[in-house]
Design a binder for this molecule. Structure first.
Ligand code: ZN
Length: 309
């Protein structure tokens, strides 16, 4: 058992939310999954589980939440702590932070699920010692978090890497070429999210065989996205997670496409002989989002303690 404070964590995804309680990656005491339905039902279910954990393990000192978005992260904004303009039905303008603050009266850390994931990977996973570091998830949707100078990148809002504009993928087999994003004519998520793949090819991504042309198309799109990130953020490492990235052939294909698109422009080992260490899988597997949420809770607690001292 650890002498670190007990922290509660919630990773909110579009299809499920994962709650956990513990002190860190080696002391995650309990984890619980809840299906994402309406905000009322889902938040209530998470709150009930956390109350149960309080009885079982004692008071938790803070709570961290990493969520699907977009979200408002500006502490001076009236909508701070809200999920804002999400296309997910029923979840627009949902105040997440106030709900949990009112329930548990503890400091609440709040960020995007992908910023949470990049934070966890930086602290404990494949991003250790790598700054700047980028984490991208390709699952139901596509999102990305960025950490620079030890801090999560926010700015005017937060990175929305899934909607980077990319050229339409080159693939003569494509049965349906249209980008599936309702907002953009040609963006990453519109081509390679699990949802888009299923719509474009009529088959779920995890059912597509190794040799299916969809994989080359996906690698082409991701190669463009990663090139843009290399050219703007100059990351030391890019971590690719999410269900669609679990196919073993995908990451090597993406590395090759990234080098192809860069066309020798960047003369650095990361996009040459060391590319296998530059574009990598998450070190924490599917746990980065939850552990990052825990880390957000820890940061919120530290900030409160600093203010008091
Ligand atoms: Zn888009």
């Amino acid at each position: 058992m650890s002498d670190q404070p007990l922290i509660a964590a919630i990773e909110m995804g579009g299809t499920k939310i994962v709650c956990g309680i513990g002190t860190g990656p080696h002391d995650l005491r309990s984890v619980h999954r809840i299906e994402t339905t309406t905000p009322e039902e889902t938040l209530e279910a998470a709150s009930r589980w956390l109350s149960k954990m309080k009885i079982e393990y004692g008071h938790f000192a803070s709570l961290g939440i990493g969520t699907f978005g977009p979200v408002d992260l500006n502490p001076n904004s009236e909508a701070y702590g809200f999920i804002t303009t999400t296309p997910k039905p029923g979840w627009q303008q949902t105040d997440i932070v106030t709900f949990f603050k009112n329930r548990f009266r503890v400091p609440v850390g709040f960020d995007t699920d992908v910023n949470a994931a990049v934070l966890a990977e930086y602290l404990w996973g494949a991003g250790q010692g790598m700054d700047p570091v980028v984490y991208i998830t390709v699952g139901t949707g596509v999102g990305g978090g960025v950490l620079v100078n030890g801090q999560l990148l926010h700015g005017a809002m937060h990175p929305e890497i899934g909607h980077l504009s990319v050229p339409p993928p080159k693939n003569s087999y494509a049965v349906q070429r249209e980008c599936q994003c309702p907002f953009h004519r040609s963006c990453v998520e519109g081509y390679v999210s699990g949802t888009s793949i299923a719509k474009r090819w009529g088959v779920r991504a995890d059912m597509l065989p190794f040799e299916h042309p969809a994989w080359e198309e996906l690698a082409d799109v991701m190669g463009h996205a990663l090139m843009n990130l290399c050219l703007t953020l100059s990351p030391k490492r890019i971590i690719l997670g999410g269900g669609v990235m679990e196919q073993p052939q995908v990451i090597p294909l993406i590395r090759a496409k990234l080098m192809h698109h860069l066309n020798g422009y960047l003369l650095i080992p990361q996009v040459g002989r060391e590319i296998d260490q530059f574009i990598v899988s998450p070190g924490l597997g599917a746990r980065s989002g939850l552990l990052g949420s825990l880390a957000l809770g820890r940061i919120a607690l530290d900030q409160k303690l600093n203010l008091q001292s």
